[in-house]
Design a protein around this ligand. Structure first.
Ligand code: SAM
Ligand code: SF4
Length: 448
């Protein structure tokens, strides 16, 4: 079939989408898929077959942003072969760069920002009809929270549910408030409706998403909105587990901490990014808590729920970070012993305060600090995993393991991946697994 014959009105067109960055981008991609499925597109995993290629991008650090330009460079070959191919860039790089992307990559057809996902079908139509490039990066309120319900949900055991978008915190290193705008909570009833729908279509676990879920409801004039939301979701039949990411330590209230004890479906895991173990650096980062505040919250969490899994994010080589500051970070890690840690070298981001700070740390120092920090964390991760050896854990089975087709894979409440021998009939079930082996990033077990 000739490519030109595939129009909106007849044969389905093929779309290839590549997603970069955080869970919010994964969620946004799901939304794009829903919208495109509704206007005669089919997903393809073969980029060469695609009529439309979309890159859903991340600009949180410099490296992933640069990657987009090199990928766009490579896609030029496909566009040269097939001038009808539509190439689009969405997400945070699109929001940040706007029309500048066309200057850097003249073969690009579409730039759509973080608030324009709902407009995607119309933007594509415009390109088709006018044979012109389109850039839409308005940060308007319109349609931003018209989430809809995923058409893929029936296939899933676990599903993301966005509850709050944007961020008001302006941590000095972070580009998010500039590319995703201010905090906006999704209406309470709409979230509950979506979770009920997901549970009816077989979803067992919901992962509530937001840059700072703890401030859910503040912009709606509701205090304590997040613990209340958790309690309401806890009552929804069919949902077995509730997770949420990400929690800002400054907003982790006692009410929220007690949810880990009082709400049986809330998983015993929290991702609580600390970013540094030095109060001086935390102040420069505008995190609005000290090292001691953070340690107090960890103590409270473990007081309420001793087995809680705690994971975190850490940045090394922030401007003005001395060797002593870095040692404070290592010391905090030794004290807390995170179950897992996502660690990054600081990278300057456009528009942010920290990008204008003096005393930047040289690359080789950042690299060495990251290596030392990751070696220390590997030891703690292994130690944390060894603590569950020979214990029986409740695992929500997600599907067949990618590494071994005879194994099923799932997660414990504390968010540890467990692989064990079993059949696909277990998918979506909560099963008991005795832990028989330990790796750095996963556990091995036997069904009991
Ligand atoms: N909202 C979350 C929070 O406050 O913890 C974090 C969201 S951000 C998508 C994920 C992580 O990227 C951050 O926690 C931080 O560790 C890292 N990050 C953000 N900006 C960075 C930068 N300029 N350089 C290095 N790492 C950065
Ligand atoms: Fe970025 Fe800070 Fe907001 Fe997280 S809380 S998204 S790090 S500004």
């Amino acid at each position: 079939m000739l490519r030109e014959q595939r129009t909106y009105k007849n044969l389905p067109r093929k779309v290839f989408i590549k997603t970069y960055g955080c869970q919010m981008n994964v969620y946004d991609t799901e939304k794009m898929v829903d919208l495109l499925c509704g206007c005669n597109y089919q997903i393809t995993s073969d980029i060469k077959q695609a009529d439309l290629i979309l890159l859903n991008t991340c600009s949180i650090r410099e490296k992933p942003e640069h990657k987009i330009y090199s990928i766009l460079g490579r896609l030029k070959k496909l566009k040269d072969k097939n001038p009808d191919l539509i190439l689009g860039v969405g997400g945070c790089v699109a929001q940040q760069e706007g029309e500048k992307l066309f200057e850097k990559s003249p073969h690009l057809d579409l730039v759509f920002g973080t608030h324009s996902i709902n407009k995607l079908p119309n933007l594509l139509k415009k390109i088709e009809e006018k044979k012109a490039k389109v850039c839409e990066i308005n940060m308007s309120e319109n349609g931003y929270f018209d989430e809809g319900v995923s058409c893929n949900s029936s296939q899933k055991v676990s599903s993301f549910v966005s509850i709050i978008r944007g961020c008001n915190n302006f941590c000095s290193f972070c580009v998010v408030p500039y590319v995703r705008g201010r905090e906006r909570s999704r209406p309470y009833e709409e979230i509950l409706e979506e979770v009920k729908h997901l549970s009816q279509s077989g979803v067992k676990e919901v992962v509530l998403l937001g840059q700072n879920v703890n401030s859910y409801g503040n912009d709606l004039g509701v205090t304590g909105g997040f613990p209340r939301l958790l309690a309401s979701i806890n009552d929804i039949k069919g949902i077995e587990r509730i997770r949420f990411i990400t929690s800002h330590p400054k907003d982790l209230s006692d009410d929220l901490i007690s949810c880990f004890k009082e709400l049986d479906k809330v998983c015993k895991h929290i991702h609580l990014p600390v970013q540094s173990g030095s109060s001086k650096i935390l102040k420069l980062m505008n995190r609005r808590y000290t090292r001691d505040n953070y340690l107090e919250k960890v103590d409270k969490l473990r007081g309420v729920c001793p087995a809680i899994g705690i994971t975190s994010d850490m940045i090394v080589g922030f401007p003005q970070e001395t060797q002593k500051d870095f040692e404070d970070t290592l010391e905090l890690m030794k004290e807390v012993k995170f179950d897992d840690l996502f660690s990054f070298q600081y990278s300057d981001r456009p528009m942010t305060h920290a990008s204008r700070f003096n005393d930047k740390i040289p690359s080789d120092v950042k690299r060495d600090r990251l290596r030392i920090l990751q070696e220390a964390q590997n030891e703690y991760s292994l130690e944390k995993n060894e603590a569950v050896l020979h214990k029986t854990e409740e695992v929500l089975v997600e599907g067949v393991s990618k590494k071994d087709p005879h194994c099923m894979t799932g997660k414990t409440g504390a968010n540890k991946t467990v692989n064990f021998a079993g059949g696909d009939n277990l998918r979506g079930m909560l099963v008991s697994v005795k832990i028989s082996g330990v790796h750095l990033h996963s556990l091995k077990g036997e069904l009991v």
